[in-house]
Design a protein around this ligand. Structure first.
Ligand code: SF4
Ligand code: SF4
Ligand code: FES
Length: 293
C-alpha cells in the first residue's frame, strides 16, 4: 500500500455551508465578460433561479437561454467550455469566487445557499481568453508534446505480454494518470506566467502537470525508454529549476495528485541525469582529427 499518496490534503472544494439551501431562490452570477482575444473585459451580472442540485454549468445554460442582465439589458450569451460534465475532461475549469476549479462539479447549494447570494465567475488567468470564460489551454498540451509524455509503440501489431509490475507501482501510476490537464495547478502557480506567444512555449515553464506526467511515463516499463529525453528537457529552460516550490499547485489539484512529490522525484532524477552526462559522456571520435577551433 503506497500510503504517501494520501499525504496531500484534499483541496478546499467549497466554502463552509451557511445552512440548508432553499430551492427556487435567486442567485446572482457576476461574470467577467470578454468579446475575444485582446478585447477589453467587463463585468455583467445575471439573476438565476436555482433549484436543488444546480451547478455552475446548469446556471450558465439558463443565462445562455435568456441573456438579460440584472439591469434589464439584453446582451450576448456567456461563452464557456465543457465536455464530460463529471470532472473528467477538465475543459470547464474557471475561477469561481476567486478559486480555480471545475464548474461542472461546483454545486450552487454549497457556494450560495441564501436568497440573493452572489457567485463570481472569471476565466483562468494564465491562458489567453478565447471568449468570456473559455480559455485556450494549448500551452499545456504543447508541454506534454515537448516532454513526450506517452508510451512509445512500434506499430499496432502484438508485441506480446508487457513486463510484470507490482500492485504498489500500479497504484502510484494510477494516481498520476488521473491528471485531466485541467489547468488548476498552473493557474495557481506563481512561476507559470501568461505567455500568449507559442514561439516562446519551448523555453517557458512546463508546469506541474507536465512534470508529474513525465514522472508517470518515466516509471512505466516501456515509457521509460524516453526518460533521457524527458530529463534532458527538464534540465533546460522552463524545466524543473523554474519551479519555486511554492506548492500552490498541490493545494488546488482536484484529483489530489501528489504534485510536490513528483516535483521532488523529477528534481532528483534530473540531478542524476546531469551527473551521468558528465561521467559517461562518450568522447567524440573525430575530435582529434578536427583540430582546435
Ligand atoms: S495535475 Fe491536477 S490540477 Fe494539474 S492539470 Fe492535472 S488534474 Fe489539473
Ligand atoms: S511547487 Fe512549483 S509548480 Fe507547484 S505552484 Fe510552486 S512553483 Fe508552481
Ligand atoms: S465538463 Fe469535463 S470536467 Fe467539467
Amino acid at each position: 500500500m503506497a500510503t504517501h499518496l494520501n499525504a496531500t490534503p484534499p483541496p478546499d472544494a467549497a466554502p463552509p455551508s451557511r445552512g440548508p439551501a432553499t430551492p427556487g431562490r435567486t442567485v446572482n452570477f457576476k461574470v467577467r465578460r470578454c468579446d475575444g482575444p485582446g478585447k477589453p473585459g467587463r463585468w455583467e451580472t445575471f439573476a438565476v433561479t436555482v433549484e436543488r442540485g444546480s451547478n455552475v454549468i446548469s446556471c450558465l445554460q439558463q443565462i445562455a437561454a435568456n441573456p438579460v442582465t440584472v439591469e434589464g439589458t439584453r446582451t450576448t450569451p456567456v461563452v464557456w467550455d465543457s465536455g464530460c460534465l463529471e470532472e473528467v475532461c477538465g475543459a470547464c475549469t474557471m475561477v469561481i469566487n476567486g478559486k480555480v476549479r471545475q464548474s461542472c462539479s461546483c454545486l450552487i447549494d454549497n457556494y450560495a445557499p441564501g436568497e440573493g447570494d452572489t457567485i463570481t465567475l472569471e476565466p483562468m488567468q494564465k491562458f489567453p481568453v478565447v471568449r468570456d470564460l473559455w480559455v485556450d489551454r494549448s500551452r499545456m498540451f504543447s508541454a506534454l508534446r515537448r516532454l513526450k509524455t506517452w508510451v512509445p509503440i512500434d506499430g499496432t501489431y502484438s508485441q506480446g505480454a508487457g513486463p510484470k509490475e507490482t500492485p504498489d507501482d500500479q497504484e502510484i501510476r494510477y494516481k498520476l494518470s488521473e491528471c485531466m490537464t485541467c489547468g488548476c495547478c498552473v493557474d495557481a502557480c506563481p512561476q507559470f506566467l501568461l505567455e500568449p506567444d507559442p514561439a516562446r512555449w519551448e523555453t517557458s515553464f512546463v508546469g506541474a502537470h507536465a512534470v508529474s506526467l513525465a514522472r508517470l511515463f518515466n516509471e512505466h516499463p516501456t515509457g521509460r525508454t524516453l526518460a533521457p529525453h524527458r530529463l534532458e528537457v527538464l534540465s533546460g529552460h522552463g524545466g524543473i529549476n523554474d519551479c519555486g516550490n511554492a506548492q500552490n499547485c498541490v493545494k488546488v489539484c482536484p484529483k489530489h495528485i501528489p504534485l510536490t512529490e513528483s516535483i521532488g522525484q523529477i528534481g532528483r532524477a534530473v540531478t542524476v541525469h546531469q551527473i551521468k552526462k558528465i561521467f559517461f559522456a562518450r568522447p567524440d571520435p573525430h575530435a582529434a582529427a578536427k583540430g582546435p577551433g
